[in-house]
Ligand binder design. Sequence first.
Ligand SMILES: O=C(O)CC1=CCC(=O)O1
Length: 259
Amino acid sequence: MTIATLNHRFDGPADAPVVILGPSLGTELGMWDAQIPELSRDHRVLRYDLRGHGRSHPVPGTDSVADLVGDVLTLADSYGIGRFAYAGVSLGGAVGLWMGVHRPERLTGLIACCSSARFGEPEGWRERAATVRAQGMRQLADTVIRRWFTPEYIEREPAAVRRILEMLYACPPEGYAGCCDALAGYDLRAELGRIGAPTLVIGAERDPSTPLEHARELAAGIPGATLVEVADAAHLANIQQAEAVTSAMLAHLTAGVRG
Ligand SMILES: O=C(O)CC1=CCC(=O)O1
């Protein structure tokens, strides 16, 4: 396994409990901006760019979520952070779920937002990887943006949508494609019962990428998990319904995690 050095950023008091935030495919650590003022009041928030995204370099040969988990654990180790709460959106959530199954000793708590135990058929991800390797990022925009936000939000908040699209455009195709390959091989459906960390699952009512059934499957499979369903949001619910998602996260981080 090759480890990537991840671009990252800290917010909040240095002596507060740590929460690590993982972004989704095609986005950057700035996708969490709306959550930072509230989360960083009482937490040391560590955000990162996935390998091959934002300012983290691509690693040729990336093909598993385990690779992405290795990057995060190496980052935490480099700061002497042994245990932490982890929250991720979509692929970022898959990183946390994989940790919950395979590296449970590292987690005090887990939040999976608009994520899944399996993101559809592997072939779809292999095709998407091949497409961006051959044609670059821009031609993905129309399809992806309709998964990330509802049509009403796209109409109402063009600046916010443009800002996230710029993250997609800036993503190196090889970095994005490697993460598509990781999604193709990811399937935790049979292992959810091994997750022992106190877990919050957040699903969004109008998410076409990971429809509510995915969130319900996670919550049903993870022992003791809490499910919150957010109305009027698509896949990037932490942006479209920032307040609802932040308050669910805060409630879990305050009351739900194990120190
Ligand atoms: O880009 C998409 O279609 C939605 C998505 C799946 C995994 C992820 O992180 O985003």
